[in-house]
Design a binder for this molecule. Structure first.
Ligand SMILES: C[S@@+](CC[C@H](N)C(=O)[O-])C[C@H]1O[C@@H](n2cnc3c(N)ncnc32)[C@H](O)[C@@H]1O
Length: 267
């Protein structure tokens, strides 16, 4: 497992610099005060003022610090040392109160004791996680009673299709989980199609039922599960960007879900 995590850490260290200068992450806009949270998250999280929030897999912290700008007390965790170094330097430059911890999320109990009002995670996180049962136990470990867990994630059905097919969806990869990850050679970046990388990624597929059942298995109470027919990025080459910045199937067809969100509470 360590070898897989090492590959992924190297990839995310390489991606941090690429992402930080990409139009997709718009770091200058963020520095000027833009909120990087997805509009779905803003609507579904509600008022976070005064809440303590643990952000799992926070990358270089733009969403973590956007939560802080909305009044939350935030702690971000990520295993990419490049990403956490950048997050810390941004927090200091922008004078945003935020704590950042560099570790594998599974090792977090060695670094962090306290519990939180909310555990938040979003946008491309679960494919890097091999063990959803341990992930759910971690969430449970860090939530106070009545605390809330929230995730917005790319829908696992999007992982089934051959994205090199420029015209249509053709099912190619398994929807269901297997213990061995899919290993990819990564020569480019999702945020910048011209960037050159020489890394490997090790990714695990998790069907939606596994995500929900992992949360139920630690006795979290499901508040909602929402599915969305659009995506926050061009997850297929033939999607079209609308005026609202959302990527949809041609003609606005609502063919399959491209993202989902879950809110659950610790009773
Ligand atoms: C797609 S990013 C997170 C999404 C974030 N909203 C963003 O800014 O794009 C995925 C993050 O997960 C982190 N990550 C992957 N596996 C991890 C692990 N086992 N423990 C901690 N962080 C991990 C990566 O370093 C990366 O920063």
């Amino acid at each position: 497992m360590n070898e897989h995590f090492d590959n992924n850490r190297k990839l995310w260290n390489a991606l941090t610099a690429v992402n930080a200068r990409s139009a997709m992450y718009d770091l200058e806009g963020f520095k000027r005060g833009a909120c990087t949270l997805d509009p779905i998250e803003v609507a579904e999280l509600g008022d976070v003022r005064g809440k303590s929030i643990l952000h799992l897999q926070c990358h270089f912290g733009q969403d973590t610090m956007s939560l802080a700008r909305r009044g939350a007390r935030v702690t971000g965790v990520d295993f990419s040392d490049e990403a956490i170094a950048l997050a810390k330097s941004l927090a200091s430059e922008l004078e945003i109160p935020a704590e950042f911890i560099c570790c594998n999320i599974y090792d977090l109990p060695q670094h962090l004791e306290k519990r939180f009002d909310m555990v938040f995670t979003s946008a491309g996180v679960l494919c890097w996680i091999n063990d959803l049962a341990a992930w759910a136990q971690l969430i449970d470990r860090y939530l106070k009673l009545d605390g809330t867990f929230y995730i917005r994630e790319f829908h696992p059905i999007t992982g089934v299709f051959d994205i090199t097919n420029p015209k249509e969806l053709s099912a190619h990869w398994p929807y269901f989980h297997s213990a061995e990850p899919q290993v990819w050679e990564e020569s480019g970046a999702y945020s910048d199609h011209d960037a050159k990388l020489d890394c490997k990624s090790c990714e695990w597929q998790h069907p939606l039922s596994d995500v929900v059942n992992a949360l139920l298995s630690v006795d979290l109470k499901l508040e909602f599960l929402h599915e969305f027919p659009y995506c926050s990025y061009d997850c297929f080459p033939f999607l079209e960007k609308g005026g609202d910045g959302r990527w949809r199937f041609p003609g606005g067809k609502e063919l399959i879900p491209l993202m989902y969100s879950i809110k659950a509470t610790k009773d």
